[in-house]
Design a protein around this ligand. Structure first.
Ligand code: BGC
Ligand code: BGC
Length: 624
């Protein structure tokens, strides 16, 4: 008996010794250990302060080595247009991220931070990055394989700048083009959006078999992705950003939830919650949807992040009762809060709520486990710091070629001469004189749209690329004269004996709320240019636009009409197709309305009376 007791004591002592020894070895730092053990091991070492820090995401303008270190900050972001300096080269981004990371690594437990940015059409905040077409154009390609490649190229360009996390893809199903984010949506059709979640495999890497639903990021050349904005962002009343989405549960699940199933199956690491409400309940306070549906029913295992300052907007006026905002959103199931500035207020508030049992510690543990899961899975503990070895991916030739291909495939040909007559497109490369006109013909900023260098986008030579005008010049026969006049009067148009005119007009850049628009008219002087030119020369109109706009009144004067969406930096893709090196293959990802009073109007609606229906697009053969 005594011997047995002694034996048992021996075992207990041995166990303690093993635990202590492995504790010393910091099991969580050992990448050969199972994921679950690493998370557990790390979490049992963490204080409440360290746990809460993980849940905090701050903007780079308030972040520093010291702040990350002192507050155990889990994540940093660049808001729209937020760069270390204007035209900062990739190296400057790497230096900035590493400096912050060293702050995190110098904490007691050395948990790396994760840096997030809106790389929504390439690494678009960074000067000289490849700018891909916005999602509406990618929707028109109907080519998920191409979109996967764009994801992979974007991941490389993001990593080139030392960043590991993107707030993309936007899998909104935009049901009303009056919404200023309609171009961030692949389509009004949930099936097209579903198919395009293939971008997640490009961004994060192909999930290994049997890993379904577990977040997956394949190492140093890939980034963590973010499916956004959960859920119903594209269904708000009149397309007003962040407004109420009034729809039945059946409608919400059938239309707006579609892309989330696929994103989770594809291992998406994070999900961002929508500013909008569903039937009057703010999504950021919706426990049933975030915890109940996303985490429990759909078994999402990554982390849920808020939108920018979004918990402040749970109350009727912004930041009215921050403690309440923290309470509601964290209890609803949010794991990481994009604060983005007042982090001490958040940390104090959340600490108070936990210490006084308004928020159970189990909720904090769930949040932290999810954040750590993503960080472990992606190898962030093993490779927390970036180097300059990838900087040459930024804006590299291969990526620009890929973007150019995407531009070609995104173009939708809506009209090509009158029925029964000779088609206008493709244009001959060899002719006497071509007139190129329009506000958008020679403007990189305009053709890139919002979320390019600046949050709202900007005009002019904001980054490297090929304008449509230079693309036309590159493409025509050397003997063909190309005359550019942005806003020609009738006199000018008639004076030169042009064989053809290419008129490039459209919307000016915008993003989010500032792009909400109830009229959807082509802004001045677009219509005047179009009328002046098309009345006198055989004209091809190329629309640079984030959505269908009012075009019916001008249609009779237009000889050929092309929707080019927001093509990005590689305008050469437009000329490739206009001059027949490639054929038109794009299909409308949205219904083109006749008049705005028809809106909302989507394919399948009972009173469907479009100018051009969903899926429309004339095809042409490439010239031999
Ligand atoms: C947008 C998000 C974006 C975030 C960070 C928000 O205003 O709604 O889509 O990811 O800002 O820039
Ligand atoms: C955007 C941020 C942006 C900020 C600019 C927010 O609504 O989402 O990305 O930096 O506004 O004020």
């Amino acid at each position: 008996m005594r011997q047995e007791v002694r034996f048992l004591i021996g075992i207990v002592v041995a166990c303690c010794w093993v635990v202590l020894a492995s504790a010393d070895k910091m099991l969580y730092k050992n990448p050969t250990k199972p994921l679950g053990l690493r998370i557990k091991d790390l979490m049992r070492r963490m204080s409440l302060e360290e746990k809460i820090g993980q849940m905090v995401q701050i903007e780079r303008t308030v972040a520093s080595h010291q702040v990350l270190k002192n507050y155990y900050i889990g994540s940093v972001l660049s808001g729209g247009g937020s760069a270390p300096k204007k035209k900062a080269p990739a190296q400057a981004w790497v230096d900035m991220v590493n400096d912050l990371q060293n702050g995190s690594l110098s904490t007691r437990l050395g948990i790396p931070m994760i840096y997030g940015i809106d790389a929504v059409h390439g690494q678009n905040t960074v000067y000289n990055a490849t700018i891909f077409p916005h999602n509406i154009g990618l929707g028109a390609t109907r080519d998920p394989e191409l979109v996967r490649k764009i994801g992979a190229a974007t991941a490389l360009e993001v990593r080139a700048t030392g960043i590991q996390y993107v707030f993309a893809p936007c899998i909104a199903v935009c049901r009303d083009p009056r919404w200023g984010r309609c171009y961030e949506s692949y389509s009004e059709d949930p099936e097209v959006v579903r198919a395009m979640t293939e971008i997640i495999h490009g961004l994060q890497g192909e999930t290994p078999p049997n890993s379904l639903g577990v977040p997956y990021v394949a190492g140093k050349e890939k980034v963590a992705a973010c499916a956004k904005h959960f859920v119903g962002d594209g269904g708000t009343v009149k397309g007003i950003n962040g407004n109420n989405t009034a729809i039945s549960r059946h409608g919400l699940l059938g239309t707006h939830m579609a892309g989330y199933y696929n994103s989770i199956i594809k291992g998406v690491a994070t999900v961002m919650v929508s500013y909008s409400s569903w039937n009057g309940v703010k999504m950021h306070a919706n426990h049933d949807m975030i915890t109940g549906f996303l985490k429990e029913t759909m078994r999402f295992r990554g982390f849920v992040i808020t939108d920018y300052m979004a918990i402040d907007m749970i109350t009727p006026t912004i930041h009215e009762n921050y403690t309440y905002s923290i309470l509601k959103s964290v209890n609803a199931g949010i794991d990481m809060v994009m604060i983005p500035f007042n982090y001490t207020e958040f940390i104090n508030g959340l600490t108070f709520l936990v210490k006084n049992n308004f928020i159970p510690i189990s909720r904090i543990d769930d949040a932290v486990a999810r954040i750590l899961r993503v960080k472990f899975v992606m190898g962030l503990f093993e490779n927390p710091l970036a180097d300059y070895s990838m900087v040459n991916y930024l804006g590299c030739k291969e990526h620009r070629e890929l973007a150019r291909e995407a531009v070609r495939k995104s173009l939708v040909l809506l009209k090509n001469g009158e029925n029964g007559e000779e088609p206008v497109l493709p244009l001959p490369k060899k002719t006497s004189r071509i007139l190129v006109a329009g506000t958008h013909a020679d403007n990189i900023g305009y053709q890139c749209g919002g979320w390019t260098i600046e949050w709202q986008g900007a005009s002019g030579n904001i980054t490297a690329g090929t304008t449509i005008l230079s693309a036309i010049r590159n493409t025509v026969d050397p003997k063909t004269k190309v005359t550019f006049k942005e806003n020609p009067d009738v006199e000018f148009v008639k004076s030169k004996d042009f064989s053809h005119a290419i008129v490039v007009v459209g919307e000016k850049p915008y993003a989010e709320s500032l792009g909400d628009n109830l009229n959807l008219t082509i802004p001045h002087p677009g219509p005047t240019i179009l009328e002046n030119v098309c009345a006198h020369v055989k004209c091809v109109v190329v629309l640079i636009t984030g959505r269908p706009v009012v075009i019916q009144p001008y249609l009779p004067q237009i000889d050929a009409l092309v929707a080019a969406w927001l093509p990005g930096s590689e305008g050469q893709g437009v000329a490739d197709v206009l001059f027949g090196n490639f054929g038109f293959t794009g299909k409308l990802p949205r219904t083109w309305f006749k008049t705005v009073d028809q809106l909302p109007m989507n394919v399948g609606d009972s009173h469907y009376d479009p100018l051009f229906p969903f899926g429309y697009g004339l095809m042409t053969e490439p010239l031999k």
